[in-house]
Design a protein around this ligand. Structure first.
Ligand SMILES: Nc1ncnc2c1ncn2[C@@H]1O[C@H](COP(=O)(O)OP(=O)(O)OP(=O)(O)O)[C@@H](O)[C@H]1O
Ligand SMILES: [Mg+2]
Length: 333
């Protein structure tokens, strides 16, 4: 049975995705909003807002309203979501269902602020919050309705969700408030202290994507920044090991947490986990060398899921479409 009046939202620290029943994924945009300070109006949302972030145009404030996977600026989040939802032209029945994914470590206050951000829209949505890790497991292809369990690691921008899942529920879960954005910042600091170069967040992110844990195929990459002493723009060759060393503390913390959680799973889940492998989702799963690093340190096979950036919203959509089926999540509010 399909429910035409429902939406699934992956409100991420870096990216927001919206899926509408009957239409599929209709929006994928950076979680960002730009405000024109002179008139107090929204200047841009999503990609257009994020593109301004590093450039600091006068009179414009770019806000990334989520931090560590949860709402840090409620008004900005509500305004951004309102624009996004309007753009999807989703005008459902009086109170459409909105399924929103939240990190397992979110506090009750943080959960309430997500509900508040969506309720600010008229007509208000009937908001249900679901565990991001369970959605990631569903999106990663585990047949949760068939009783198959699995192990999933969702490395986003602000949080890393690690979970063993079975029967549409987390069996063991851990949420680290450390993921892709922390890696960008570590690279930014390393470039400054080792090369005397001030680089943008965007440039740091690009270095991370190209070089990752392995140092990249060419052993390094070019970057343009400002000289710390003279403030003159210059380009510099960044050796792969500089990036690998900078992100190492974060990568090893993720690998260690995966190992710890694997040691906590019930014996009955061991076969499912070994057979299904540790599945990596979220944008961070694409970090070059991460899957083999996790595999090497845990001794369990690790694979990157197909289309990892859309994994959570795909799983949430599946939960909406399957609700009511035998064994599927009831999704009570
Ligand atoms: N090819 C890549 N290599 C490494 N990291 C990548 C790659 N592509 C995207 N990322 C990183 O993935 C992160 C975004 O992933 P994702 O959209 O899953 O996060 P999010 O859902 O917004 O955050 P969270 O789940 O923590 O709230 C960013 O830090 C981005 O730099
Ligand atoms: Mg996410």
């Amino acid at each position: 049975m399909r429910f035409r009046d429902s939406v699934a939202i992956d409100l991420g620290t870096v990216n927001t995705l919206i899926w509408v029943a009957g239409r599929g994924i209709v929006l994928e945009e950076p979680t960002a909003i730009a405000v024109d300070l002179a008139v107090g109006k929204i200047a841009a949302v999503g990609e257009a807002a994020d593109a301004l972030a590093d450039k600091e145009p006068q009179g414009i404030e770019v806000i990334h309203p989520l931090r560590d996977g949860v709402v840090a600026d409620l008004d900005a989040t509500a305004a951004m979501l309102q624009r996004f939802l309007r753009r999807t032209r989703h005008f459902g029945v009086l109170r459409p269902d909105a399924l929103v994914c939240v990190p397992s470590g979110a506090t009750p206050v943080e959960r309430r602020s997500i509900v508040a951000a969506l309720s600010a829209r008229r007509p208000g949505y009937r908001v249900r919050l679901i565990d991001e890790a369970v959605a990631a497991a569903a999106g990663a292809g585990f047949n949760l309705t068939g009783g198959v369990g699995g192990f999933v690691v969702d490395i986003g921008g602000g949080t890393t969700e690690i979970a063993a899942v079975a029967g549409w529920r987390a069996v063991r879960a851990r949420s680290l408030r450390m993921a892709g954005t922390a890696m960008d910042e570590a690279i930014l600091h390393a470039a400054r202290s080792a090369l005397g170069l001030i680089i943008s967040q965007r440039a740091a992110r690009q270095l991370k994507m190209t070089l990752g844990v392995t140092g990249g195929v060419n052993g390094g990459a070019e970057v343009v920044g400002l000289d710390v002493a003279t403030r003159a723009p210059r380009s510099e060759h960044v050796p792969g090991h500089l990036v690998a060393d900078a992100i190492e503390p974060i990568v090893s913390m993720i690998a260690a947490s995966v190992q710890e959680l694997l040691a906590e799973i019930p014996a009955g889940l061991a076969e499912d986990v070994v057979r299904g492998k540790v599945r990596l989702a979220g944008g961070g799963a694409l970090l070059p060398g991460l899957a083999s690093r996790i595999e090497a340190s845990t001794g369990v096979g690790a694979v990157v899921v197909e289309d990892p950036l859309r994994c959570v919203v795909r799983g949430a959509a599946e939960m909406l479409e399957r609700r009511g089926e035998h064994g599927a999540p009831g999704l009570r509010a």
